[in-house]
Design a protein around this ligand. Structure first.
Ligand SMILES: [Zn+2]
Length: 520
């Protein structure tokens, strides 16, 4: 019975209140106000415009992120939040910005090319005009034949997965069937599957080979490197070209290219036709302030007993640098900011304090959120709990693109499933129906989950996140559907409000055991 009821609830198929479980008090009047403000007087797209087009790319440690930190702090204060701060979380590393990036083919004919410097790579020595050499290597031994052939050349590396015709649309939404499967999925497996040893070994070998290749280019005096991993239709995926650590090993200037452009250069060179590239990058390192920052602000609680408890919501503010980080993750930040704006505008009087956090350095390893949790709640390496640990009622995260909310991952916390199912009911007609016991990874709620705090990421429609925008040069404002962000804002505002008004904090899983850094 219990199981059946659970299943029915998890699939969002039943709206009947949970008899065996707690019945959540839904403040319908407040929910109606939240919907009215969020759907009819939304500011979410204005916020998204400022985060993307006005602040620009927000790479960790960059000027764009510093601009966004200042702007969001000012905006949140402007909406009436208090204790707004740009809070240092610890030492990150060097900042990095692009001042100029130009690449074109100048022989056998002139043609401009699509590409951008990889993060933390140095400038070229002025404008380069150099012949290319294609380097293909599956093993270290393959590198031998390039010795003595790379001096003053621009190295082209092969394209791992060449583009194919796209017969499927880029964007899609979850089907009801997919959502029901998610809802019926078992909670997190008791013992997470051991990583596939073969795959881990192959990955390690690939990284080792790439390091050897970079060392060879350096020692052979190559001028620069053009590489292309994946992508199609002019879309390329960005990544680090070097470490951001203050004592990072020197590397060559390197650009990530659009596959189509890279493949043309390779075909010409393979055909024995001399190819010349004109290239200039000017990048700037900043090592005056090596700290990383998170932006925080609050709506104070009003209940004498509960106001010392906190409900948090957040999203990472940093992004990659080849576009304006619209779906990753200006969308999440704009929605979280809009949620607190809505609560202020509707005159909400939360019992618990509500705190928004816009994380720094997520793309480089969840640094902002992990260190915030370590500084405020507990260190997963020791699991020594700090006084604030028992005060956190819940943390809600948004970082799966710009798609509207279809539900929430319960992160293996089965006790919250009936709670969330009831909280979703007022939004079933807006497509938010599904609670899955499953967990999900890859983003900042994990920092909370790692120390036994209830941290959750919402289920979002994938749209073209995995096909077009995630870490690419096409991650721009156009990819943000306004109705999706408005819907997400009202769902988040209501969840945060419910958690702030509930008599009890959200139920928690058992505390995890201490895990030294290397084990995690
Ligand atoms: Zn992200």
């Amino acid at each position: 019975m219990q199981k059946l009821l659970y299943l029915a609830l998890a699939c969002g198929l039943t709206t009947a209140p949970v008899l065996a479980q707690t019945t959540e008090k839904l403040d319908q009047a407040m929910l109606a106000k939240i919907k009215d403000e969020g759907l009819n007087r939304s500011k979410v797209m204005e916020t998204a415009f400022y985060l993307t087009d006005v602040c620009g790319p927000r790479l960790a440690g960059s000027d764009g992120l510093a601009r966004a930190n200042e702007w969001t702090k000012k905006q949140l204060t402007g909406w009436g939040l208090v204790n707004a701060a740009i809070e240092p979380w610890g030492t990150f590393g060097r900042g990095w910005d692009i001042e100029k990036s130009y690449v074109a083919m100048t022989a056998p004919y002139y043609h401009t090319l699509i590409g951008a410097p990889k993060a933390w790579t140095p400038s070229t020595n002025g404008t380069l005009k150099k012949q290319v050499v294609v380097v293909r290597a599956a093993t270290e031994a393959d590198l031998e034949k390039y010795k003595g052939k790379l001096r003053d050349k621009i190295v082209l590396t092969d394209v791992a997965s060449p583009p194919k015709p796209g017969f499927e649309p880029d964007a899609r939404r979850y089907t009801d069937e997919e959502l029901q499967k998610l809802a019926a999925a078992p909670a997190a497996p008791a013992t997470p599957a051991a990583p596939d040893a073969e795959r881990v070994a192959a990955r390690r070998a690939q990284i080792a080979l790439r390091t050897k290749m970079a060392e060879l280019y350096m020692s052979e005096g190559a001028a620069a490197v053009l590489s292309a991993r994946a992508g199609s239709n002019g879309t390329f995926f960005t990544s680090n070209g070097a470490s951001y650590a203050a004592d990072a090993k020197p590397v060559l200037p390197e650009l990530e290219m659009a596959s189509e452009d890279q493949l043309r250069l390779i075909r010409l060179a393979d055909a024995g036709i001399p190819v010349e590239i004109e290239l200039e990058t000017r990048t700037r390192f900043q090592d005056k302030d090596l700290k990383g920052y998170n932006v925080v602000a609050e709506i104070p609680g009003t209940d004498r007993k509960l106001k010392s408890e906190v409900v948090m919501l957040g999203a990472h503010l940093d992004s990659w640098h080849a576009a304006t980080g619209a779906t990753d993750n200006a969308a999440g930040c704009a929605v979280m900011m809009e949620a607190v704006r809505i609560l202020k505008a509707t005159g909400a009087k939360p019992r618990r304090t509500i705190r928004i956090a816009l994380w720094g350095e997520e793309e480089q390893g969840l640094h902002g959120s992990r260190n915030y949790v370590k500084n405020h709640f507990a260190d997963p390496a020791t699991m020594k709990l700090l006084p604030e640990h028992e005060k956190l009622a819940a943390y809600f995260n948004l970082d799966n693109g710009a798609g509207k909310i279809r539900g929430i991952y319960a992160q293996g916390n089965e006790a919250v499933v009936p709670v969330f199912s009831q909280w979703l009911q007022p939004f079933a007609d807006m497509g938010a129906t599904t609670v899955t016991p499953r967990n999900t990874g890859g983003t900042d709620h994990l920092a909370f989950d790692a120390v036994g705090l209830p941290g959750f990421q919402f289920i979002q429609d994938p749209l073209d996140y995995n096909t077009r925008t995630h870490h690419t040069n096409m991650d721009t404002y156009e990819r943000l559907p306004a109705d999706d962000l408005k819907q997400a804002s009202v769902v988040v505002a209501s969840f945060v409000y419910q958690a702030a008004m509930r008599d009890q904090k959200l139920p928690r899983k058992a505390l995890p055991v201490a895990k030294p850094a290397e084990v995690r």
